[in-house]
Design a protein around this ligand. Structure first.
Ligand SMILES: NC(=O)c1ccc[n+]([C@@H]2O[C@H](COP(=O)([O-])OP(=O)(O)OC[C@H]3O[C@@H](n4cnc5c(N)ncnc54)[C@H](OP(=O)(O)O)[C@@H]3O)[C@@H](O)[C@H]2O)c1
Length: 414
């Protein structure tokens, strides 16, 4: 018999309890051992009165420590005390499976080393892209590849909001409110809408892919709060939609890593990823392009990833943790490749500004005769790299009549 301790009985924790109970027979047949849940840790006991697991629910971590569990599932969220609890369980030689990207992005390397020293496993498949198996494929099945880049939609909240803005012509604030009402967004949505959640997940993915430690705080991050109806209309004109893309590209002199809203073709990989779905595109030198897609959040999809990790621990797969590189990565947040950009310039003298922009870029296609463009010039330009376009934008900002400039990258062929 194998005993599980579950820290947290919210969306993920209760999903794990439900799935372990529902598939008990199957799990026993497949793993050769009976898996039982022996303790569930919560914060506020009052919330769990009349819960059918009441007898094993506690708000005292000492009860879990003294239960002699074999595997601990951490599904509390937040940095503290989750980090301290995980550390303590690893030191007690308990295997740990966590869904917590905050802890993994900040302390993943340290905890993985601690797990190894104690000869136990630390696994965190659910911390990135919920139900999509991605960390294990990267670390095991694709281990023979040099990963060249990763592009991904990793946040369901922003994807839901952008889908509403695109499909139903909603304003950002309205779409956010609906997301909150439906439980897709938290009361304080900052971590999602400002792009930090995606940056943490990108850091975990990139650290595993490139075997270097990518710190999420060093990633260039731009959220979706500035996206407006004109951006959406411009995207539609270009047969594109707007997605919050987390991208990292391996370079000779470092790693380009960014989270930013991007124009993507509607019929490409990312154009079809809606609402709570996530998608991850990567390229390996041997395998070529690969696309992973599925539910990036939710009770049972996330529990599915946790259960996968539990199976790995039971099957004692090489008895090692998911690894995060030791060498600190050098990160770059400006794109060094040639790319197309949507430029929107709020100004009174649109004709004059447009001809000035055309002087600066070899290729420039402007949006003509659009009644939704009021005192604004909008165009797609091609720039040799991001530094070049930033230089031009800096100069344009100084011109008389220019009030505001916005730039959005347009990605073709994906
Ligand atoms: N939700 C998803 O779809 C999803 C997907 C992938 C990964 N994750 C990650 O999984 C983790 C859990 O997310 P969730 O959505 O399940 O959160 P949640 O619904 O808010 O549940 C959190 C649970 O942890 C308990 N808890 C919180 N702080 C605690 C503390 N200090 N001591 C004891 N118990 C504590 C809460 O107790 P009370 O019930 O008493 O408040 C609650 O049962 C997070 O790291 C999240 O990022 C979530």
């Amino acid at each position: 018999m194998l005993k599980l301790g579950i820290l947290g009985n919210g969306t993920v924790g209760s999903g794990v309890v439900e799935l372990v109970r529902k598939n008990a027979e199957y799990i026993k047949r497949r793993s050769g051992t009976e898996v039982v849940i022996s303790k569930i840790l919560v914060k506020d006991m009052d919330k769990h009165i009349n819960n059918h697991n009441e007898e094993i629910i506690t708000n005292n971590i000492q009860d879990v420590y003294s239960e002699d569990v074999d595997i601990v599932v951490e599904a509390m969220g937040g940095l503290h005390p989750a980090y301290e609890y995980i550390k303590s369980f690893l030191q007690q030689k308990k295997h740990v499976v966590t869904a917590n990207k905050d802890v993994v992005a900040k302390y993943g390397r340290e905890l993985a080393v601690l797990a190894e020293e104690n000869n136990v496993s630390l696994r965190f498949e659910a911390s990135v892209a919920g139900g999509i198996p991605i960390l294990k494929p990267l670390q095991e099945c694709l281990a023979g590849n040099d990963i060249k880049y990763l592009m991904a939609i990793l946040n369901g909240t922003t994807n839901f909001i952008l889908s509403k803005m695109y499909n139903e012509s909603m304003k950002y604030e309205e779409a956010l409110k609906i997301a909150q009402q439906l439980g897709f967004a938290e009361a304080n949505p900052d971590s999602d809408v400002l792009g930090y959640d995606s940056a943490r997940k990108l850091a975990i993915l990139s650290s595993i892919s490139y075997d270097e430690k990518v710190d999420w705080e060093d990633i260039g991050v731009q959220g979706i709060t500035e996206i407006d109806d004109i951006d959406i209309l411009c995207a539609k004109e270009l047969n594109c939609t707007i997605k919050l893309l987390a991208t990292s590209i391996k370079k000779e002199d470092g790693i380009y890593a960014s989270v930013r809203p991007v124009l993507v073709p509607i019929y490409g990989y990312f154009g079809k990823i809606e609402s709570e779905f996530n998608g991850i595109l990567l390229e390996g030198d041997a395998v070529g392009q690969m696309f992973f897609c599925g539910k990036g959040a939710g009770k049972l999809p996330t529990a599915s990833a946790v259960l996968g990790d539990i199976f790995d621990v039971i099957e004692n797969k090489k008895q090692r943790s998911m690894l995060i590189g030791n060498k600190k990565a050098i990160l770059k947040s400006k794109l060094s490749e040639k790319a197309k950009w949507l430029l929107r310039i709020k100004c009174q003298n649109t004709e004059e500004i447009l001809s000035r922009v055309k002087e600066s870029f070899k290729a420039c296609e402007s949006f003509e005769n659009k009644d939704w463009l009021q005192n604004e010039a909008a165009m797609v330009v091609e720039a040799v790299n991001e530094e070049y376009i930033d230089g031009v934008v800096k100069e344009l900002k100084l011109l008389p009549g220019v009030e505001h400039i916005k730039k959005l990258i347009k990605v073709d062929n994906i």
